[in-house]
Design a binder for this molecule. Structure first.
Ligand code: ZN
Length: 312
């Protein structure tokens, strides 16, 4: 059977897997992300770990049909290089040609959030679906929009950048992208903590350092400020997702990332908020679910992305 390699490059680790065309993981491993000297060693370290772990020197080495690589940044329209990946120190990194040249195996590049979206569609929460809004809630808000099984990448590789939809607030929160009051400044894990801190300071309360896990614990205990924080977080997110749903009318909304681990404590109020703003024709006819693949979504999606270049 045809085998592929799926790779997910993150800021601290690079995850790799040998996956067959049915989506079974044959082998999975990871290496640390070497961000020294603007990440210039990463491509050769990826090549080396594939040679060491998969290709080897013996005749039993599997025949690798292709490699899919998810990267934390936009890909050039021709699919040949990574335009920029701030966490890795990359700009204009010709990752595809570097890996292809050494291994003589075709490489497909895609954005990591788009990879995770495809992974969830192929093997995860939206298995069998073809139209999907995928949102990751972590330090930022990432997204991937899939229509008819294809990721909407856009003309500038910025399709699905849900985190940078503007929201209206009396506050001014500057986003990492340079704009003001992007969704992720409110509805990411970081945004949620920031909201809680603001409410605490307005109430004259001090609770030291905390994370969203603490906020959900306080919420469980009926803490009013935690309830208000979740309400603010979910309001902005729900309105944005309802807007996307009203635009593309997908079958399912999948929520991933660290914040999604709160489960129904997050998803139920979020669904209620989306329902409040969604077009009546869609209301009650779509799903909101928690991502299933966790850290593996990207490697599955990277392989799926390679496979889809072969069938089209
Ligand atoms: Zn932004």
């Amino acid at each position: 059977m045809k085998q592929m390699i799926g790779i997910d490059i993150g800021g601290t680790t690079i995850k790799l897997a040998l996956i067959d065309s049915l989506g079974n993981i044959q082998k999975k491993w990871q290496i640390p992300t070497n961000v020294e000297e603007n990440g210039r060693f990463i491509p050769q370290e990826i090549v080396a770990t594939i040679q060491a772990n998969v290709l080897g020197k013996d005749e039993l080495a599997p025949d690798i049909a292709g490699i899919g690589i998810g990267v934390p940044g936009p890909i050039s329209p021709d699919g040949n290089f990574v335009v920029q990946a701030v966490n890795l120190g990359w700009s204009e990194m010709p990752l595809k040609s570097v890996v292809e040249k050494v291994l003589s195996i075709p490489v497909t590049l895609l954005n990591d959030a788009n990879a995770a979206a495809l992974g969830e569609m192929w093997k995860g929460a939206a298995k069998g679906k073809q139209n999907l809004v995928f949102v990751t809630l972590g330090t930022g808000v990432g997204g991937g929009i899939i229509i008819d099984s294809k990721v909407i990448n856009g003309v500038h590789s910025s399709g699905g950048e849900i985190g940078h939809i503007a929201v209206t607030s009396d506050e001014t929160r500057i986003c990492g992208c340079g704009n003001i009051n992007c969704l992720e400044t409110f509805s990411s894990a970081n945004g949620m903590v920031r909201t809680m801190k603001k409410l605490l300071s307005e109430a004259g309360e001090v609770r030291g350092d905390f994370t969203t896990v603490d906020i959900f614990k306080w919420l469980d205990a009926g803490d009013y400020l935690a309830i208000l924080t979740l309400d603010i977080t979910v309001s902005y997110l729900g309105q944005a997702i309802a807007g996307i749903m009203n635009t593309i009318d997908a079958e399912e909304v999948v929520i991933g990332g660290g914040l999604s681990e709160a489960g129904s404590a997050l998803l139920e109020p979020l669904k209620a908020k989306i329902d409040q703003h969604i077009f009546p024709q869609i209301r009650g006819k779509y799903m909101v679910s928690q991502a299933k693949l966790g850290n593996d979504a990207g490697i599955y999606g990277a392989v799926y992305s390679y496979l889809s270049t072969q069938t089209n």
